[in-house]
Ligand binder design. Sequence first.
Ligand SMILES: *Cc1c(COP(=O)(O)O)cnc(C)c1O
Length: 409
Amino acid sequence: MTNFDMDNTQIPAICGGQSVRDVKIYYGRQWINEDDVKAVSETLLSDYITCGPKVDELEHRLEKFTGAKHAIVCTNDTSALHIACVAAGVGPGDEVITTPLTFMASANCALYCGAKPVFADIREDTYNIDPDSIEQHITEHTKAIVAVDYTGQVVEVERIRALCDKYHLVFIEDAAHSIGSKYNGTPVGTLADMTCFSFHPVKTITSGEGGAIVTNNDEYARKLNLLRSHGMEHDHSKFVTPADEDNGGAWYYEQQMIGFNYRMTDFQAALLISQMNRIDSFIARRKAIVKRYNEAFADVPEIIVQKEIPQSDTSRHLYELRLDLSKLKCTRREFFDAMSAENVQCQVHYIPVYWMPVYKELGYERGLCPVAEKVYGSIMSIPLYPKLTDDEVGDVIKAVLKLVNWYKK
Ligand SMILES: *Cc1c(COP(=O)(O)O)cnc(C)c1O
């Protein structure tokens, strides 16, 4: 998943002539500056390096940014999704509906709780989970929906909310891609019952590893706070057993749930606060690059541009180049390799989750979600990150158009 686990060997251009670029660029990367470094080093030399004031400050920043009442930061989005499922009451015998076109963590969170992930298919135009398919998969065991804002585009919120109301389901939004996106003007963070973010280096803002859950629900927030740190309560007013009864003093604490250690450190929080100071410019830059790609590819018949629904004001994390393979003489694999040879290192997001051997062993079979499988077979993520220069964007476009010309029928 990182941009560093790919090889950087120079291969000659597959599609004739010289490679468009001399130096390889990757599909995503972080942007750390001197302010970030300063924020981290100051925090490292302070009294608290974990569970301190920077974590509190970050939570307030996230509440302000998203408009949500509560933010709970944690180690990563994987742990955020896990405790969101626990707080939602997901357990053995339950089913959780999600999309197959996502990072495996969106489905694994159900497995962590002993529940069964159920895959609904996606829409062929937006690549987001299809509410019609969700409804077809709802059973008496369905407990929650983990809806992923794929590429940053917000899922169809009203329709998913209506299903959750009708069937009494918890709406969890995996917003790993979509911090800063809005739906009908409302920021991601208050659309679902719980919204989970990732701060991995390829995401919009980063703390190295990091995650958060935001919610307007007091009860979920209380549980999430406990679950993040061993299920441990320190607030005497919330004790199940009064401290006096156990001869307890100021040291007294009690474990009220089976929780985890999913705490974020203060120096990571400091890094993220510093990154949040620049989030608006990061998002603006991402949008500008998306606009250039869309314009460059709009009239290329061999390329299918992802549909954007008007409700979503999208802070885009990924740009999906989708090939119309019926108009090309190559496979997706050949196109991907040829892009590498032009020194534009793409990635594919994502292999359908249920294709993974672990899921196969659990009884999931190929063919379950035909649309997701079809889309998976024709996409690749091309470079999109704020530090990408205009020249580099131009090179990516040049490489794509060169290959389309080379391979077109
Ligand atoms: C990155 C990502 C995750 C996992 O995030 P981590 O912070 O690395 O745990 C989960 N879901 C989606 C959709 C992602 O893109």
